[in-house]
Write a protein that binds this ligand. Structure first.
Ligand code: WTA
Length: 649
């Protein structure tokens, strides 16, 4: 196994919380669901597929004959947008609210399922007018506004896979993705609101597309009204294009395995991976898990995933899962402290949010701001809380339970990845006695295990590598344009078994604790970035000879980026080197990749084969005793680095 990390030990957690009896009594899912799935996993997923509407029924549930390339629901035909929108309108639910949109500045929009049907149809017609056909890729670089959802569903409706690029990424990230998946149409906005200011999205797209003439059109939503540059041949305002379209659009149905979207995610090398999801299995997976894990009652729940649509959490639990289930969701554009630190709780109170799903990094931020802030709001409507994106520390879990959930809401700590498409490991809120910090066990229909280096399942009380041993409907199908990398990244450590890249442990009761990445992937505020990506950005700067990046523990963001750089001779006297490099990383990848600290060092610790020993740098970054240096080519390097550190303090 190519990693130098050891699995962090965890003390045993004795606190357990049973589901409140009244919650358990009304829960969608009971313990029998596990038994049912264990007795006949394929039959279980055949039954769950009935949650979705198929134009042509499938004749086979799973074809795993060309593993690891899976096919689910073979022969079935469906349309994802029809499943998320039209069928609810046809069922008489057109007046049900799909989204309560809350802009950062306080502007609001209420979008019903009937509205959604009109808007998605108009947008689909607009894309057709631009010449988009089934199979063409469309890139979105958008703020968190309803048009983002309209655009995604319009793509799905015409069978054009979307690739949504997180609005915080740089022009370089856009260019890489546009190029990698051969995008010809980009949808963006003039800007969005963040922290009370506007951020320029169109300008970033302009920069990204400078050398990419393959992009025929850029469709621009007017959100902030800020100044934008305009290319008359290429750029079109959304309102000029979409508003004049017909409100109806004839549906076409696609194969269950038709690509639905590509989402880029960081891997262990610098180049992001284009994770490809297809239609049928993904919709079944997101719809079922949204219903089972969040105990969704579409008639009464107000569901809020406080995440960005530009991440998989937003795709699966703001857009596809909730809409497939006909749910009412909150869509919030902005940050939690604009214009004040009670903004989230104000939103919970205003809309009567019943289920809240967010990341531990947010919870830790709220803890820092203090319990008095949420205490000012009436949050009695909340009945269930979820967490996602990184391990949640027991203190944060307890705080969430007490100060947000009023000690009365089950907490579901949901483990999954962009690759997984839907939640795989999580408590079931009406069934599981939860433990603060544990994702507990695989959901019904999912088979997870923890292996040692040799590929043997570990015993309760021990740790190892998290694996999924059977295929599941919402799994990625491949990496865009790179089947070899798909096989190598996920299916080669243990043949035939999905390797997640996370360390995990069974506690004495056999429950799963996910401990975090074992590869060179960082998790900053729940956002995945690779050390290699940031290192490449640093080395691309003319001042830098060599760079190593590590993730150091950080109370708020989970991990923070710390960089160690060797400067070129010519740059050695520059006082402003650190600031310049920080700005450079920020500009090349995006603000979330900005290092917390950049240390200029004389040399980097390497093994004899030349591999940088990041774990030693991590010890430095986390202010710990330096670990074992015996495999270093030159052990004095660490002394020199430490001396440098001391000189600085
Ligand atoms: C981490 C986000 C512990 C994990 C949906 C995984 C978690 C990576 C949890 C995927 C959790 C996600 N407990 N760790 N509940 N949820 N992770 O692709 O390291 O952005 O591999 O998907 O986040 O991040 P991604």
């Amino acid at each position: 196994m190519a990693n130098e990390h050891t699995i962090r030990e965890l003390s045993h957690e004795d606190r357990t919380f049973d589901p409140p009896p009244d919650f358990a009594a009304q829960a969608n899912v009971t313990a029998e669901e596990y038994t049912k799935a264990e007795e006949d996993r394929i039959g279980f997923w055949a039954e769950k597929a009935q949650r979705i509407s198929w134009e042509t029924p499938f004749d086979e549930v799973l074809d795993w004959s060309e593993a690891p390339f899976a096919k689910w629901y073979i022969g079935g035909k469906l349309n994802a947008a029809y499943n998320c929108v039209d069928r609810h309108v046809e069922a008489g639910l057109g007046d049900r609210v799909a989204y309560y949109f809350e802009g950062e500045g306080g502007d609001t929009r209420v979008i019903t399922y009937a509205d959604l049907q009109r808007e998605v149809s108009k947008t689909a017609n607009a894309l057709v007018e631009l010449g988009v056909k089934a199979g063409d890729r469309v890139a979105l670089y958008m703020p968190m506004i309803p048009e983002t959802v309209f655009a995604m569903l319009a793509c799905a409706r015409i069978g054009a896979p979307h690739t949504v690029i997180f609005g915080g990424f740089s022009d370089r990230a856009i260019a890489d993705r546009v190029e990698d998946c051969g995008v010809e149409i980009v949808i963006t906005a003039d800007g969005g609101y963040r922290r009370g200011k506007t951020n320029a999205l169109k300008a970033t797209v302009d920069k990204a597309l400078q050398d990419l003439p393959q992009v025929r059109n850029v469709v621009v939503v007017q959100r902030t009204g800020q100044e934008v540059n305009w290319d008359d041949d290429r750029d079109i305002w959304w309102h000029d294009l979409v508003d004049r379209q017909s409100e109806t659009h004839d549906l076409e149905f696609f194969d269950a395995e038709h690509p639905l979207y590509i989402m880029y995610s960081s891997g262990t090398t610098g180049k992001p991976k284009g994770i490809m999801h297809t239609t049928g299995g993904y919709l079944v997976g997101t719809s079922y898990t949204h219903w089972a894990v969040f105990d969704i009652k579409p008639e009464t729940d107000i569901f809020w995933t406080a995440a960005d649509i530009g991440w998989v959490t937003g795709h699966s639990y703001i857009v596809y899962g909730p809409l497939a289930n006909g749910t009412t969701s909150v869509l919030y554009e902005g940050t939690p402290d604009t214009p004040h630190r009670g903004r989230w709780w104000e939103i919970v109170e205003k809309y009567g949010v019943t289920v809240l799903y967010c990341a531990p990094t947010s919870i830790r931020t709220f803890m820092r701001w203090g319990r008095d802030i949420p205490a000012k709001y009436d949050m009695s409507t909340l009945r269930l809380l979820g967490s996602v994106g990184e391990p949640i520390n027991p203190e944060a879990w307890m705080w969430y339970r007490e100060h947000i959930g009023g000690n009365n809401c089950p907490i579901v700590d949901t483990w999954w990845q962009t690759e997984n498409g839907s939640i795989l490991i999580s408590p079931l809120p009406g069934v599981t006695s939860t433990k603060p910090g544990a994702a507990m066990r695989a959901l019904p229909g999912i088979v997870a295990d923890i292996y040692d280096e040799q590929g043997q399942p570990v015993e309760p009380g021990s740790g190892g590598y998290l694996v999924i041993t059977e295929p599941w409907p919402a799994m990625l199908r491949t990496l865009w344009g790179d089947e070899e990398r798909y096989k190598k990244t996920y299916w080669s450590q243990y043949p035939g078994v999905y390797f997640a890249g996370d360390g995990a442990k069974y506690d004495r009761d056999g429950d799963i604790w996910v401990l975090g990445r074992v590869d060179d992937v960082l998790n900053v505020s729940g956002h995945r970035m690779s050390t290699a990506e940031i290192e490449s950005a640093l080395v691309a700067h003319s001042m830098v000879a060599e760079a190593a990046v590590v993730g150091a523990q950080d109370e708020t963001t989970g991990q923070a980026i710390e960089a160690f750089v060797i400067l070129r001779e010519s740059a050695k006297d520059r006082d402003d080197a650190v600031q310049q490099l920080r700005d450079h990383v920020r500009a090349s990848i995006g603000p979330i990749a900005t290092p917390r600290a950049i240390m200029v060092v004389p040399d980097l610790p390497k093994t004899r084969s030349g591999k940088i020993m990041r774990r030693l740098l991590k010890d430095v970054a986390e202010n710990r005793e330096i670990g074992d240096v015996t495999t270093l080519a030159d052990a004095s390097v660490m002394d020199a680095i430490q001396e440098e550190m001391r000189a600085r303090q």
